[in-house]
Design a protein around this ligand. Structure first.
Ligand code: G4P
Length: 282
């Protein structure tokens, strides 16, 4: 399967990101807990330079908890402050303010020594499309937050949400570009819907997903779809079409419709809690 990328978008996005990052103290980077490496854009590490870094493993409700634990350790070992979040329900979101304070403690101490006591920390969320940035900002800001207008020294048009007296959050997230030097990353990003479905062949994509699931989450397939070990991925999709009575005129199985529905089951967590990559598989 071929994935393509258009570098034109990238340079503009990169320039905007560079400007925004100048305004902030801490970068809150969202990744999808099912693919915490593939959904992380490595360019942000260069752009972030000396900023404090928080990684949120979002959509933790959809990922395999044992694997998520490994990823938390992986990123903590690399100097990130890490939290597991379900932005949709708000699970883990409240704790973010403590994590921001923790990640910025050196900056807070420096400010204190210089007699700067009431300058709030500024945070921005970043992430590739579909990782849950907007959902997270809504969940974090809630009703209590107040929007603050433009201020001297702040780029015109930037709005800040005051979370408490110490922390302000940029109200629009930084959209990072998906980056994939290898096809496996492109595939992982397509599985989670961060690359538009129109750019990929859904049937082929679902065959690849089924290959992975047969290898790693066989029991879930048996339980949910009546999968049998003698089946290959094509047969599994056919069985799924039969079960759901997805038929074309003339009684032929509609395997394209079945593939799209199976992929949707995965994306919505209906097959079970599934992680698509592990730290040691790098
Ligand atoms: P973005 O700004 O990064 O592009 O992502 P956005 O917040 O729009 O979220 C993308 C999709 O992911 C949304 O689903 C959203 O509800 C879902 N989502 C965000 N965080 C979580 C999470 O922690 N767990 C789960 N399970 N889903 C999450 P959607 O299909 O676009 O909308 P809807 O089905 O929620 O209506």
């Amino acid at each position: 399967m071929e994935f393509q990328w258009y570098p034109g978008h990238m340079s503009k996005a990169m320039r905007t990101m560079k400007e925004d990052i100048k305004l902030i103290d801490v970068i809150i980077e969202l990744v999808d807990a099912r693919v915490p490496l593939s959904s992380k854009n490595p360019d942000i590490d260069t752009l972030a330079n000396s900023k404090s870094r928080v990684i949120l493993l979002n959509k933790v409700d959809l990922a395999d908890p044992a694997v998520t634990k490994l990823w938390r350790e992986y990123y903590e070992e690399r100097g990130f402050y890490v939290s597991e979040v379900n932005a949709k329900t708000g699970q883990g979101v409240k704790n973010i303010q403590n994590i921001i304070n923790e990640a910025c403690k050196e900056k807070l101490e420096r400010n204190k020594k210089r007699g700067i006591l009431n300058r709030p920390l500024r945070a921005m969320t970043v992430g590739i499309p579909n990782v849950g940035k907007s959902t997270f900002i809504n969940s974090l800001s809630g009703k209590a937050a107040t929007k603050t207008g433009n201020k001297p020294g702040v780029t015109k048009g930037k709005q800040w949400i005051r979370l408490n007296k110490n922390i302000e959050l940029m109200d629009t997230p930084g959209v990072l570009w998906p980056k994939f030097e290898d096809q496996q990353i492109g595939m992982n990003l397509s599985f989670i819907g961060s690359i538009k479905d129109e750019l990929v062949n859904i049937y082929e994509l679902t065959v690849n997903l089924c290959d992975y699931l047969r290898e790693n989450y066989k029991d879930l397939l048996i339980e949910k779809y009546g999968y049998e070990e003698s089946m290959d991925s094509y047969a599994l999709i056919e069985k799924f079409a039969e079960n759901r009575k997805f038929l074309l005129p003339g009684g032929v199985l509609d395997v394209d419709k079945a593939a799209a529905a199976l992929l949707d089951d995965f994306r919505k967590g209906r097959i079970g809690k599934i992680s698509l990559e592990k730290p040691c598989s790098e």
